[in-house]
Design a binder for this molecule. Structure first.
Ligand code: C2E
Ligand code: MG
Ligand code: MG
Ligand code: MG
Length: 287
């Protein structure tokens, strides 16, 4: 391919050009949202499968469009390949979540443990873990009320010592660590042993296929047994049916998240949901 600048790419390789354009466009969308302060977090409740009680939530990034619409990650997915863009996006989401949490705390609303998704690029930013812990302290937010979700790709970073150090800083401060999308990457049992991981989130692809393929049942049960024997919680992602929920509960999966229980909600709707679930929680819910 002749190297003659941007415009020429489309002439020789149309597919490359459209991928490139899609990324450019997604990055522009994210940058515009960052500039105009339209990056927000929506919150999806997590429940305890033993009691059915609400225990916490996952913060998920959303971009507000000028016309009152909302974009989720699937609508700007190509931007997630751009390190600088993702770093800025993560920072903006963290800021949002911390300010939402500070507001709820001041209003006496108990949110349980709120999870944040941290990209692998965040882990390549020097000193981020310490800054994060300091930011919590500065706002008077207990570190125990936060969880950082990392994907297997974070643990597979070449500089595994700096990742381990960052996770230890978070963990020692009281922030819990969850391994997200478990089963889709290449993390090994060694990783589970070598990093301070508190819970494992089983990827939605295994949960949604529970009824369809017997192999999924075997894999999910193996993950639950493994994390239980390592003393970790297991969170099933993407639970949509009562049958899946019952199966997970029967095999000893501790927590779940999915449209069956609740969808991601805007902050005000989430605050209302939390207040109601806490008030309705039976005092002696038998297991
Ligand atoms: P994830 O961390 O695995 O988040 C769970 C995703 O599954 C969310 O999609 C959630 O809306 C969706 N989900 C939950 N329950 C169900 C269900 O029952 N059925 C179905 N079909 N889907 C369900 P969302 O919000 O579109 O986020 C997609 C991914 O984008 C996340 O996957 C995460 O990898 C990434 N992401 C989201 N927020 C952030 C962020 O602030 N920073 C970074 N770096 N990544 C983020
Ligand atoms: Mg997640
Ligand atoms: Mg996940
Ligand atoms: Mg997932």
């Amino acid at each position: 391919v002749k190297r003659s600048g941007r415009g020429a790419a489309g002439v020789f390789c149309p597919e490359y050009s459209s991928v490139f354009d899609a990324r450019r466009q997604a990055i522009d969308t994210v940058r515009a949202a960052l500039r105009t302060d339209r990056v927000v977090a929506h919150y999806q409740p997590l429940i305890c499968l033993h009691s059915g009680a609400y225990v916490g939530a996952e913060a998920l990034v959303r971009l507000q469009t000028g016309d009152g619409g909302l974009l989720g990650p699937e609508q700007f997915w190509p931007a997630f390949a751009d390190p600088e863009c993702v770093r800025q996006l993560d920072e903006a989401v963290f800021e949002r979540v911390l300010s939402d949490l500070a507001g709820w705390q001041a209003a006496g609303i108990e949110t349980g443990v709120v999870s944040l998704n941290a990209s692998r690029f965040w882990f390549q930013t020097k000193g981020f873990a310490r800054r994060f812990v300091d930011a919590l302290a500065a706002r008077g937010i207990p570190a125990e009320s936060l969880c950082v979700e990392v994907t297997e790709s974070v643990l597979l970073n070449e500089d595994s010592r700096s990742v381990a150090r960052a996770l230890s800083i978070l963990s020692e401060a009281g922030v819990s660590i969850a391994l997200d999308d478990f089963g889709t990457g290449f993390a090994s049992l060694t990783h589970l042993r070598d990093f301070p991981i508190d819970s494992i989130k089983i990827d939605r692809s295994f949960i949604s296929g529970l009824g369809a393929k017997p192999e999924n049942t075997v894999v999910v049960k193996a993950i639950v047994d493994l994390s239980r024997s390592l003393g970790m919680n297991t969170v099933a992602e993407g639970v949509e049916t009562g049958a899946a929920s019952e199966f997970l509960s029967a095999i000893g999966c501790s927590h779940a998240q999915g449209f069956l229980y609740a969808r991601p909600m805007a902050p005000h709707a989430f605050a209302a949901h939390v207040s109601v679930s806490r008030a309705e929680m039976p005092l002696n819910w038998s297991i």
